[in-house]
Design a protein around this ligand. Structure first.
Ligand SMILES: C[S@@+](CC[C@H](N)C(=O)[O-])C[C@H]1O[C@@H](n2cnc3c(N)ncnc32)[C@H](O)[C@@H]1O
Length: 190
């Protein structure tokens, strides 16, 4: 397994450098229609990089972060409320969030379907979902998947079209944007 609990400082200081500019742009577009002061969940948040990028365009939102690794969460910015936990069993009541953000984390979740069920439960009516991940149908994506599996990670990478179908089966409408070997998904509960 990747020792995330000891890698907080690496993600805090190097992580933002490898996020493509176009992903940040897609994230800000995604957040445009979100209500003022809405509650937002950064899932598999690590050090809260997605929340930081979101905060840069929507400082009014209320950010919560969930991650199993305390050693990552402790590097989060002060405006993020952190919770140690897993995507498969979220420590929140139903209908708690207007949007969920997941950056480079979905492929680490042990049970993706259970995690999506939990997302649907904690999202409000017509709640929104933003996912940024690696495309396993590309050369880079395939190799990243192989490397992560060598490290004992679940390696739950999906080609975007496959994840789209999966999310649609859980009641989301889905829009994909490609960023080379990476992609973003903007979803909304119907
Ligand atoms: C590659 S890091 C990405 C962190 C952050 N979102 C970012 O963009 O830098 C993946 C994160 O997923 C977390 N993670 C692993 N399994 C998880 C699970 N079952 N539920 C929620 N988060 C999980 C790890 O602890 C780690 O912080």
């Amino acid at each position: 397994m990747i020792p995330f609990n000891h890698l907080g400082w690496v993600f805090k200081y190097l992580g933002p450098l490898i996020y493509p500019h176009t992903v940040r742009e897609s994230l800000c577009n995604f957040l445009e229609p979100v209500s003022k002061h809405a509650p937002i969940l950064d899932l598999g948040a690590g050090t809260g990089i997605m929340s930081e990028f979101a905060y840069a365009c929507r400082a009014d939102l209320q950010y919560s972060a969930v991650d199993p690794a305390e050693g990552m969460l402790k590097f989060s910015a002060a405006y993020i409320q952190t919770h140690q936990g897993h995507a498969e069993l979220l420590p929140f009541d139903s209908d708690s969030f207007e949007a969920i953000l997941i950056g480079e984390a979905l492929h680490h979740f042990q049970d993706v379907d259970k995690s999506i069920q939990e997302m649907v439960r904690v999202l409000q009516k017509e709640g929104r979902l933003f996912i940024y991940d690696f495309d396993s149908s590309t050369f880079m994506g395939k190799n990243l998947c192989r490397i992560e599996k060598i490290f004992g990670e679940p390696g739950n990478f999906f080609p975007p079209e496959v994840l789209k179908k999966k999310l649609e089966s859980h009641g989301f409408s889905v829009h994909i944007r490609h960023h080379g070997y990476r992609y973003t998904i903007a979803g909304q509960l119907l």
